[in-house]
Design a binder for this molecule. Structure first.
Ligand code: AHR
Length: 503
């Protein structure tokens, strides 16, 4: 049986794990909002029309900040359509997803829902078809106490206290030719800088995210970040990263190594941001908001989902409803490990998305809500990863992949919370056929014992949870784990994700 080892020392820290690392994303896309979080006719719906069963699952998932309302959707969105009396709200065509937007849910309803799930709002402004003025308008509506046209309008609409939204995204994927109002880096950089400066004139304490590349394979990747940051370095706090992965051509070995690509992506964007820092002779650092990441089978999003007849763009069609398997969940768990390994610079992240649309939570109209496989690594990591991320000294064998070459068989990260004395370790075994024994030197932690172990694995790595079989895939305690003489030993099944809590 292959083996691996790691050494934990609470002094070897990478950075503090920010709660915002466990954020998510709700876009007006498909059934994420309508028939997802919001379904007034559902048996569990509350007086505002939100599904209580979904609220429960979102709480259990442990989601911190939620990015809203898009995504590609935001680049055609007029925020003011979706506030005020419902009877006055216009229906609009959503050009991004070829759907009809009813505007039944808008900023006020969504912020109310966030209070119920206990998450923070991260709001994206439209810099595709709109600009500085509209960004200022929605900021005034959301954050000014009273005494101005838009703050008084919010009060009239039923919300007296300002929302005090801290984190704002300056558009979405503006490098992508598919984006409404797509611009080159020069033009976007100037617009983002003007918008950021104006927004700060209204509210100095905002945290602003400028758009990075839509993914690291964009032809402008690297030069986009460089140019945009030359324009905006003093105006923003974060640059965004987006990435979606999928298993291609049955190559599970490469798919399991996906997190090595995320590591490289993060390190490249950090290098670019720090290059601009040196070039401009600044001391401040720009951090990463990894505000879209997930597994997404984009190759499967094709003809049957492409809505063409403009006379019949539907309301809340079933779009991007990927069903996630065990191997997908192992990859998602590994992507979380990658984010934690870079906790010094990735200080905010959003799993895209939250409900029904490439989501950890699925719902059936009038029926059940259930956990996809990817729900488990996210919920457990969000709950256990507290304190400082640790630089674990990992020794492991490698295996060959067609896409990434030789990659480590095991990947791992740990966190340590000095307040409670608890340590969490997160591990994946990427082997397709062999269990791996891992020894962890925990002697530097002082006397510790096992508090919890969770392993996600299955004989069928393509097993999924479905409406018909909602609990087919679960996590189970890892009975092989034991601590003795300052060493934790644990067996990781082939294609598995594991979390261990010590205290
Ligand atoms: O999350 C789905 C889509 O992926 C988002 O709308 C867009 O920003 C990205 O390309």
């Amino acid at each position: 049986m292959p083996s691996a080892s790691l050494t934990l020392d609470p002094h070897f820290t990478v950075g503090t794990v920010q709660r915002r690392l466990f954020g998510s994303f709700v876009e007006h896309l498909g059934r994420c909002v309508y028939d997802g979080i919001y379904e007034p006719g559902h048996p569990t719906a509350d007086t505002e029309g939100f599904r209580a069963d979904v609220i429960e699952l979102v709480r259990e998932l442990g989601v911190s900040a939620i990015r809203y309302p898009g995504g590609n959707f935001v680049s055609g969105f007029r925020w003011e359509d979706a506030v005020g009396p419902h009877g006055d709200r216009p229906a609009r065509l959503d050009l991004a997803w070829h759907s009809t937007e009813t505007n039944e849910v808008g900023l006020d309803e969504f912020a109310g829902w966030l209070d119920k799930v206990g998450s923070e709002l991260m709001y994206a402004v439209n810099l595709g078809t709109r600009g500085v003025l509209e960004a200022l308008d929605v900021l005034e509506y959301a954050n000014i106490r009273s005494g101005t046209k838009l703050s008084d309008q919010r009060i009239k609409n039923g919300r007296v206290e300002p929302y005090r939204v801290k984190m704002w995204c300056l558009g979405n994927e503006m490098d992508g030719p598919w984006q409404l109002g797509h611009r080159n880096a020069e033009d976007y950089g100037k617009l983002a800088s003007q918008t950021a400066k104006a927004m700060r004139q209204l509210d100095e304490g905002l945290e602003l995210v400028v758009c990075g590349s839509s993914n690291a394979n964009m032809p402008t990747f690297g030069s986009w970040e460089h140019t945009v940051l030359l324009h905006t370095y003093d105006d923003v706090d974060f640059i965004s990263c987006h990435v979606y992965y999928e298993e291609r051509d049955g190559d599970a070995a490469s798919f399991l190594a996906t997190a090595t690509n995320m590591d490289h992506f993060i390190e490249s964007v950090v290098a670019t941001a720090d290059t601009v820092r040196a070039q401009l002779n600044r001391t401040k650092r720009i951090n990463i908001s990894f505000d879209e990441w997930n597994v997404w089978y984009q190759q499967r999003f094709h003809a049957e989902e492409q809505i063409t007849d403009i006379e019949q763009w539907p309301v809340a069609p079933r779009l991007l409803e990927d069903s996630y398997s065990v191997i997908d969940a192992v990859v998602v768990g590994n992507l979380l490990i990658s984010l934690l390994k870079h906790a010094d610079r990735v200080t905010s992240a959003s799993l895209a998305q939250l409900v029904n649309v490439i989501a950890p939570i699925m719902t059936e109209p009038g029926g059940a809500a259930w956990r996809q496989t990817t729900f488990f690594p996210f919920a457990i990591t969000s709950r256990l990863a507290v304190g400082e991320a640790l630089d674990v000294k990992l020794t492991t064998g490698t295996y060959d992949t067609a896409v990434y070459g030789a990659v480590p068989l095991v990947d791992a990260v740990a966190t340590h919370d000095a307040g409670t004395g608890r340590t969490a370790i997160f591990l994946v075994n990427r082997s397709l056929d062999a269990a791996t024994t891992v020894s962890v030197d925990v002697s530097h932690l002082g006397p510790v014992s096992l508090l919890e172990t969770h392993t996600l694995a299955d004989d069928d790595i393509y097993a999924t949870n479905t409406l018909a079989d909602q609990d087919r895939v679960r996590v189970a305690p890892n009975e092989s784990a034991a601590v003795a003489d300052g060493t934790l030993t644990i067996e990781l099944p082939a294609v598995s994700w594991t979390a261990v809590s010590l205290g």
